[in-house]
Design a protein around this ligand. Structure first.
Ligand SMILES: Cc1cc2nc3c(=O)[nH]c(=O)nc-3n(C[C@H](O)[C@H](O)[C@H](O)COP(=O)(O)OP(=O)(O)OC[C@H]3O[C@@H](n4cnc5c(N)ncnc54)[C@H](O)[C@@H]3O)c2cc1C
Length: 470
């Protein structure tokens, strides 16, 4: 039976003690993986936890997703650091599961494996022209402005007029960063290359297109307010798009978030507001893109009107407008990446599961395999959602392992497997050295931290191998 909170097992009333202690591998050191380690320490004290992370550093999108200067990012990092440090763990950064080790290697070495690899791929927008130069997935841009080691060194910000497709907070983050002034990044942890890239930006106008109406967009009120506070930028909404109707008023009554978001959107539609800035965001509701136009590069976006049905759904109205833009950013959601040996729902981009226990095509649990985070729930939900979600997965896992008779897993061969593949991993002390090196760079440049982007340099510091200084 599945409970109201989506669990298939009742919550654990007290911790479980296993003898010998459990050994668990977690794949991914983002919020989900780290909270799974925390839940194991709390619910099965003594568990030996190994966390594998493909990047040289932990913390996933907290480090490489949140917009630079996010007021709570240090708080999130601190909380993840404390959660991990409170468990009996080993950290193996710079180790990609599926490449350096297989899921099978882990399943044969640990009592259980928890997949927490997030959702790093942009969801597909299947319209003509999407492959044109100048059409970007938001994940690439977010990675660039966050100094992700796998991102490109430079970013083309040479289009004056840009379209952003999507009705969620990532669309707002992308818009804010497209219009950010380089000086607003001065106190943040981004590299000099990102600040220089931003300083050369020619973006003057961003059109955001949202398929549904204001009550069904997933903008949070704070993010909308932050958009409205961008210095030197006016935000404009067509008053007809936010005019009161039965559906909007009903949704606003049901959710305080919706009410606050709609109120903020109506201030953007106020005709008496002073709008004299030379840069602008146009927020269009009830518009869906049908084609990206251009020969050899993006020259315009064709957008079709949609009509609300009064219940939150929309249908196409067959009236199109071409917006002359020279770059298009897609922010319509993210998908997980399949891992060999793990059942995957290609449509949803998630691992198939029941209460966090991975299930095969017939719905039967795959022994010892579990999932948590965005790879489990899909790419929705803030960082705070990772904790209860990881707890649910760990509870399901402990019930399953309770009924296993003799356990024979032995993780001692993992270091040998890594050595045989010449894989150099960054451990917890190595991460602390990287952390210290970034803080030292911060002191040098008058900031809390400056991120190091180069993977080789990160691995060099993390493993104490010789490195070329930045
Ligand atoms: C642009 C953007 C902005 C956001 N802003 C906010 C915000 O302001 N506030 C907020 O609360 N939430 C925000 N979020 C949401 C938040 O980032 C997510 O809720 C959270 O990070 C999901 O956690 P996760 O651990 O499931 O995934 P992730 O954070 O993506 O962590 C997954 C980890 O797994 C690793 N990994 C992947 N594949 C492998 C592999 N094969 N082997 C080993 N390791 C692997 C990845 O490198 C990564 O470190 C934002 C998200 C995005 C995309």
């Amino acid at each position: 039976m599945i409970s109201a909170r989506g669990s298939v097992v009742p919550p654990l009333a007290s911790p479980r003690f296993f003898s010998p202690p459990l050994s668990v591998a977690i794949v991914g050191a983002g919020p989900a993986g780290i909270h799974a380690a925390g839940a194991l320490a709390e619910l099965a004290p003594g568990t030996k936890t190994d966390v594998f992370e493909r990047l040289p550093t932990p913390y996933g999108l907290v480090r490489y997703g949140l917009a630079p200067g996010h007021p709570e990012s240090e708080k999130f990092v601190h909380s993840l650091h404390a959660t991990l440090a409170a468990s009996d763990f080993r950290l193996f950064c710079n180790v990609e599961i599926g490449k350096d080790l297989s899921v099978e290697d882990l399943r044969s070495s640990y009592d259980a494996v928890i997949i927490a690899t997030g959702a790093p791929r942009d969801a597909l927008l299947d319209i003509p022209g999407v492959e044109l130069p100048g059409s970007f997935g938001s994940a690439e841009f977010v990675a660039w402005y966050n100094d992700h080691p796998d991102s490109s060194l430079q970013w083309p910000l040479n289009a004056a007029s840009v379209a952003v497709i999507g009705g969620g907070n990532v669309a707002l983050d992308v818009t804010r960063m497209l219009l950010a002034e380089a000086k607003s990044l001065q106190a943040t942890d981004v590299s000099a290359e990102v600040r220089e890239g931003m300083a050369g930006s020619r973006v003057r106008e961003v059109h955001i297109f949202v398929r549904r109406g204001p009550a069904d967009a997933r903008f949070s009120p704070n993010e909308l307010r932050a958009l409205g506070e961008l210095p030197g930028v006016d935000v404009v909404v067509d008053a007809a798009d936010v005019a009161p109707d039965r559906h909007i008023e009903r949704m606003a009554k049901q959710s305080v978030h919706t009410r606050l978001a709609v109120e903020t959107l109506r201030t953007f539609a106020d005709p008496s507001a002073d709008r004299t800035s030379h840069r602008r965001v146009h927020l269009h509701f009830y518009r869906q893109p049908t084609e990206i136009l251009g020969s050899g590069k993006v020259e315009a976006l064709r957008v079709e009107r949609t009509v609300p049905d009064g219940y939150g759904h929309v249908t196409a109205a067959d009236t199109c407008t071409d917006y002359p833009v020279h770059a298009v950013y897609r922010a319509i959601g993210f998908l997980g990446t399949p891992l060999a040996g793990v059942p995957f729902d290609h449509g949803r981009g998630t691992v198939t599961h029941r209460g966090g226990a991975v299930v095969d095509e017939s719905g039967s649990p795959v022994a010892g395999l579990f999932v948590t985070g965005w790879m489990k729930r899909g790419a929705a939900g803030l960082i705070g959602a990772a904790r209860p979600d990881a707890r649910q997965t760990v509870e399901t896992m402990l019930y399953q392992l309770d009924s296993v008779g003799e356990r024979r897993a032995d993780r001692s061969g993992i270091a040998r497997l890594l050595g045989a593949g010449n894989v150099v991993s960054v451990d917890w002390d190595g991460w602390l050295r990287i952390d210290a090196a970034e803080r030292d760079l911060g002191v040098k440049y008058g900031r809390d931290r400056v991120k190091i982007k180069d993977r080789e340099v990160l691995v060099g510091i993390g493993t104490n191998l010789p490195v070329h200084p930045q």
